[in-house]
Design a protein around this ligand. Sequence first.
Ligand code: KG4
Ligand code: ZN
Length: 337
Amino acid sequence: MNILGIETSCDETGVALYSTETGLVAHALHSQVDLHAVYGGVVPEIASRDHIRMLLPLIQQVMSDAGIDKPDAIAYTAGPGLVGALMVGGGMANGLGLAWDCPVIPVHHMEGHLVAPMLEDKPPAFPFLALLVSGGHSMLIAVRELGDYRLLGTTLDDAVGEAFDKTAKLLGLGYPGGPALAALAEDGDEQAFDFPRPMINKPNFDFSFSGLKTAVMLEVRKAEAEGRLEACRADLAASFQRAAVDTLVAKSIKAAHAEGLERIVVAGGVGANKLLRKDIAERFDGEVYYPRLAFCTDNGAMIAVAGALRFAEADQAAEIKAQARWSLETLATPASA
Ligand code: KG4
Ligand code: ZN
C-alpha cells in the first residue's frame, strides 16, 4: 500500500510517499525559514500562504518521482500546530481524497515525530522511552505500543528548542537558532561557563529551561558591558549547549531506568543536535534510536509512516481536522494493532 504524507503544521511543507512493502519511495521538503527569518520567528499568516504556494507542486513532484498516478491513502498532519497552516494540508488531503477516491488519515504531529525512526534500517521495537524535543515540546513519554503513551515529564516553561532559539537570539544568531547555535558551539569551550543544569537532581522527570536561558542572558550582558562579547560568543554557545544536553540526557536515562525501558527514541527537531545524539548513545546502557538528521525536523515522511500505522482510522475522517492543541495522551491504540 502506498501512502502519501502531507505535513504543514508549522514552517516546513513536507510531502512523501511511503510504501508499507518497500519503505520510503520519495519525499520533498520546502523550508520557509528564509521567509520568517527577518521577523525572528514564524509568522502564522505567512506560513499558511506559503504552504498554499508550495504544497501542490511538491505533491506533483513526489508523485512523479515515485512514478505513480494515485496513492492508496493520504495522511496529513491534523495537529497540533498553527491552525491556518494545518488547514492548508487538511484541505488539500481531503480534496485529493475525494478526487482520487481514497481514504484520508488525520495524523498527530508528535506521533509522526515518535515513529520517524521507523523509517530507518534498524527500527525500534516497542516498548521504549521517547524523548520528544522540538520547538514547542520537551516531553519524556513511556511508549508501550502505538497509541499507548504516558507522559512522564514535560517542560514547566520553555521547550528546549525554544530555549535554543532564544539563546541563539541573545548571541546575535538568526532564526532558527538551534542549528546556528550548535554550529557556533563547535568552536567554543563548553566548560568556559558553569551554567545551571535545571532540575537535574529533582526526583521527577520535568524540565525547566528558562533559568538556563536567563543565566546565559546575564553573562551576555556582563560580557557586552566589558566589551568581550565577541570573544566569548562561541564559549557561551558551547556552555549553554552542554548544560541543556546534560539535563536532557540525565533525565532521559533516569526515566528509562525508572520505567524499566531498555530502548530510548530521540525525536523532534532538537533530536538533530549532534551532541545530544552522541551523548545519549554513549551514556545509556540500552539501545538508542533516532531518525536520520533530515527526518528529525518536520517532514512528510514521518506523517506518511504514522498514517500507515493508523490506516484503520481512515474512514472516520469525514471532516477536515485542524487542531491547534492536542494532547498525545488522548490517542488510543488502533483497533488493528
Ligand atoms: O520539530 P521541529 O522541526 O518543529 C517543531 O515541531 O517545533 O523542531 C524545530 C526546533 C527549533 O527550535 C530548532 O531550533 C530546533 O528544533 N533544532 C535544533 C537543531 N536543529 C533544529 N536545536 C538544537 N540543535 C540542532 N542541531
Ligand atoms: Zn515538529
